[in-house]
Design a protein around this ligand. Sequence first.
Ligand code: GUN
Length: 283
Amino acid sequence: MVAKLLDGKELSKEIRNKLEQRVKILKEKGIIPKLVVILVGEDEASKVYVRNKHRAAEKVGIKTIDIKFPKNITEKELLLHIKKYNEDNSVHGILVQLPLPKQISEEKITCAIEPEKDVDGFHPVNIGHLFMNNPHSLPCTPHGIMQFFEKYKLPIAGKNVVIVGRSNIVGRPMAAMMLNNDATVTVTHSKTKNLSEFTRQADILIAAVGRASFIKKEDVKPGAVVIDVGMNRNGEGKLVGDVEQKGVAEVASYLTPVPGGVGPMTIAMLMEQTVKFAERSVQ
Ligand code: GUN
């Protein structure tokens, strides 16, 4: 079998084009969707993500306010800035790029963003709604992954879904979304024994571990749908996923490439959520 590639570049472009239309309608009503993106420190990967978010927003017609703080900003100061944007009615979405420097509690910052402006869907209130199968705001990476299943009409109900990784950003919300779509879900992690025995049972395998080429051909059930969330630099500085792509493509039925798979979808969902929040503000 040679896997069909799930093209995130193409699908995200399609989504962005539809968003452009929705932004036009909002602008006719005098509303410009506005997203505040806060970056703290000099993390190189975070800088790239933030730049990509800014570019995507510009294309769609969303106004972004990019705010950079030095890595020694205090938690108190950062909280004050968030409060200011929470209270600013012209702002529809607030995002604080993670990870944050050690002196700042990510949990406190995540909890400080108004749930109605939480475009990342990380606030415990929004995570709670998601787990109760009544989502208000969805974490962008797993939400982007769900779009592939919709677009390519890949069935989820009754399937064995195995997720490798239990992060708050991907693994845990991914499990909730798959469960909400009637899958049987297993979440594996660094303490899982005999990991391969689980992954080989997966009709849908989602790799979000952050380890280059960690999932090999022999870990994959023939015909499985494989989603590669990884964005790792290998020894040569090349961007590689969590899946050993060449080998796995020989057994999987569908596979997301890296780059050009999940990454662009994450950004498209961030744009979608910002537009949705702006639309809610006129209702
Ligand atoms: N760091 C890595 N992924 C993300 C994301 O989706 N949102 C935020 N805020 N930070 C991240």
